[in-house]
Design a protein around this ligand. Structure first.
Ligand code: F6P
Length: 740
């Protein structure tokens, strides 16, 4: 309707102006035509009267004859009056209605004019002075007065018809325009919608795309993609990524839209130990990455309240303001029963999905009871989200494999929400994933996301291949988009990172002091080289392989005996799972075995600390060490590698990094190893221990520059920019529908 008015109003305006101009012209032309007509007529009448006039003048009763002649002449309805003047300008005779104001001198007429229009009372008249010549002798002048009121009548009649004509024309043109516009607009809009939905790209001749659009569909999409990617690159490259720039994106691109994060692990855990409550920051890559983002963005973080004192610190709505020392956002704690935690967290998430997605040769365990708990807890978190959201279109950041079903549940209740799911662990190939008995349900759940993020392109491709294998969807590999049931999921890689500079560096002692302190605490001599590994006590981290590499180094290069020790921090994790218990034992035994083999009363090759360490302490250990060894058998990203780099302001220290981590794609300056190749790892240890200071500096400087630039604000910013763009495109796609 609005669209039609946009056509009709200007059309009416233009036609009104044309009508007005035409009517003005009509007035002028009609008058001109009729005046000329009357003038010719006057000449004609004058000629007709010449002889009777001469005869009447020469007759004896000239006055009576002239009167009768004029009476009969003025019977013509248009000839209103007549008069005759002799050459001396004396009016000899005039008809009954001759205007008294007219005389023989014609001074009412414009100068040098023998005729013209005048007004007699209200009536328009035309006056003509016509000389009467007989036999070349001027005998006088006839004054002919014509009634011109019929001209006005004709003119207004003509104007009326012209007005009707234009009005009709306007209606006909408007109607035709509206019909054509509506038909072709609908065609274009349908075509555009199909293009925007990607149908044109997926199938260039799909029925959704109108025939006139087909030739340009490909170009249009290509242009949009290139504009988008150019903008993305431009945006990212031009921003210096910090909490401030992230806030600006929220304010500008997302216009302050509501943001919620959902994860299993909460960033601050209240734990009561020996009667005292302490706040623990968990050993979790997810938390390390998202916590600074949340501090920058504010909002609500929904997570499992897992601490034994958590309930003591929430308000009526289960909210707790954090960080405790300087609150800037809130956690909404969700309570789980022991059975729920057992089935959903330990069971399906960590005995099923965790080993399934990590190719670490640990057999996944799938139990129906665990699956039921997983579904129920996903539902419980969905309800918590619905309680927390204040708007119908929030941006919800769903984190990790604990919530594969949540995106679909959210979409069903809040179809306008932007659900961004980030999968922090690897995604295996279709064969590996295919053994999951609920593979379709999981994929269906995840495809409720608007954006689905992985750390690497490789994991995105694995996911797309898996969907291709098990689901009925349309996959556009060029744009990495999956269409299922009219819903679109963009599968993107966003390599996660850490905050820069990390807040855990604040208040750290200088590096030489860290080195002295830590060696004293471990009771090792100041000159002993120290390697460090910091992990959750998890079989995917390659801790055993790391120990074997240390053993191999000491075997092959005994000169390092007493001169090199390895410190392993192993944060207890998922300890109620049998496999983790066994792994805990295996790690302790292996350390003990190697220490027995190469240690002495004053020297331990391996220092194993199975306990939780605060992030400040972990950073102090990084600063004290000569090398950091990350030997994951499979890892989505591994943020320990990036944290080690961030801790080394002195640009010293060597990173040994497993080729099976996402981080190895970003930090090629590290010594990249295959953790299954023990000899290679031992060689890497030796190279690291002997690496010249200069080379350490080159490598470390380059890695630090990279991590500083590609920090976690950039990671979150990229996701939020994509979400904002998607929301904008969505509005754009909806707009024509509203306009029709
Ligand atoms: O890597 C997956 C992940 O959820 C990480 O985000 C995190 O580092 C780790 O597992 C923590 O595991 P949990 O929460 O089970 O202790």
């Amino acid at each position: 309707m609005r669209l039609s008015l946009r056509f009709i109003l200007p059309l009416f305006l233009v036609l009104a102006v044309i009508t007005w101009a035409t009517l003005l012209l009509v007035d002028r032309f009609v008058e001109k035509w009729f005046v000329r007509d009357v003038e010719i007529r006057s000449q004609f009448v004058a000629h007709t009267l010449e002889n009777p006039l001469l005869a009447a003048l020469e007759a004896g009763d000239s006055q009576a004859r002239l009167d009768s002649l004029f009476r009969s002449a003025t019977k013509d309805e248009r000839l209103y009056a007549l008069a005759f003047c002799n050459p001396q300008s004396n009016m000899l005779v005039k008809s009954e209605y001759f205007p008294p104001s007219l005389n023989c001198s014609g001074d009412l007429l414009p100068a040098h004019k023998a005729s013209g229009l005048l007004r007699f009372g209200n009536a328009p008249i035309h006056v003509s002075f016509v000389g009467v010549t007989v036999n070349n002798k001027n005998i006088g002048t006839l004054i002919l007065v014509h009634d011109m009121s019929y001209v006005e009548r004709r003119s207004s009649e003509t104007k009326r018809y012209i007005f009707y004509f234009f009005a009709l024309l306007a209606v006909v043109i408007s109607f035709t325009t509206v019909v054509i516009a509506q038909l072709s607009w609908r065609g274009w809009i349908n075509g555009m919608r199909a293009v925007m939905r990607g149908e044109g790209l997926l199938r260039p001749f799909s029925p959704g795309v109108s025939s006139e659009l087909r030739p340009i569909v490909k170009d249009l999409r290509a242009m949009m993609r290139s504009l988008e990617s150019e903008k993305a690159v431009r945006d990212e490259a031009h921003i210096s990524w910090s909490p401030k720039s992230l806030k600006e994106i929220l304010q500008n691109d997302l216009a302050g839209d509501e943001i919620l994060i959902v994860s299993n692990r909460e960033p601050y855990i209240h734990i009561r130990k020996e009667g005292k409550v302490e706040v623990q920051f968990p050993a979790s890559g997810l938390v390390s990455a998202l916590e600074p983002v949340m501090r920058a963005c504010s909002g609500t973080w929904i997570a499992h309240g897992s601490g034994n004192a958590d309930r003591e610190f929430v308000d009526k709505k289960d909210h707790v303001q954090v960080p405790p020392d300087n609150p800037s956002y809130q956690i909404r704690r969700v309570w789980l029963t022991e059975q729920e935690e057992q089935g959903y967290y330990y069971g399906f998430s960590n005995e099923g999905l965790w080993p399934l997605c990590h190719v670490a040769h640990t057999r996944p365990v799938f139990r129906s009871k665990d699956w039921e708990a997983y579904v129920a807890v996903n539902r419980k978190f969905a309800e918590a989200i619905f309680e927390e959201t204040k708007t119908e279109n929030p941006v919800i950041l769903v984190q990790d494999y604990h919530f594969a079903l949540l995106p679909r549940m959210i979409k069903q209740r809040l179809p306008k929400a932007s659900v961004i799911t980030f999968w922090h662990i690897p995604w295996p190939n279709p064969e590996a994933f295919g053994i999951c008995p609920w593979r379709e349900e999981i994929l269906h759940g995840m495809l409720g996301s608007s954006i689905l993020g992985f750390h690497t392109r490789f994991h995105c491709n694995n996911f797309i291949d898996t969907v291709d294998r098990f689901m009925e969807t349309r996959i556009d590999r060029e744009t990495s988009t999956i269409a299922s049931g009219g819903h679109y999921t963009a599968v993107r890689n966003y390599p996660i990172s850490i905050e820069w500079p990390p807040r855990w560096l604040e208040g750290q002692p200088p590096i030489p002091q860290c080195q002295r302190q830590v060696r004293q605490e471990l009771q090792i001599a100041p000159e002993v080289k120290l390697g460090v590994g910091v992990d959750r006590l998890d079989y995917t981290k390659g801790i055993l392989e790391r120990f074997l590499a240390v053993e191999r180094l000491l075997e092959l290069s005994p000169e390092f005996l007493g001169r090199f020790s390895f410190l392993q921090i192993a944060s207890p994790s998922r300890s109620s799972i049998e496999h983790y218990k066994q792994f805990d034992q295996a790690v302790r035994q292996e350390a003990e075995r190697i220490n027995k083999r190469f240690g002495s009363s004053t020297y331990l090759p391996i220092h194993l600390l199975v306990e939780h360490h605060s992030p400040q302490d972990v950073f102090r250990l990084f600063r004290a060490s000569d090398l950091c060894f990350v030997s994951s058998l499979h890892d989505g990203m591994n943020l320990v590698a990036k944290e080690f780099v961030a801790a080394r302001e002195d640009e010293q220290g060597v990173l040994i990094l497993s080729q099976f981590t996402g981080a190895s794609r970003e930090l090629p300056e590290a010594l990249i190893v295959n953790p299954y190749d023990i000899d290679q790892c031992a060689a890497a240890l030796q190279i690291a221990l002997e690496m010249p200071v200069r080379e350490q500096r080159h490598r470390m400087r380059s890695m630090r520059a990279y991590v500083a630039e590609f920090n976690v604000y950039r990671w979150a910013g990229r996701i939020l920019i994509d979400a904002a763009r998607m929301r904008q495109q969505h509005r754009f796609r909806e707009r024509p529908r509203l306009g029709l």
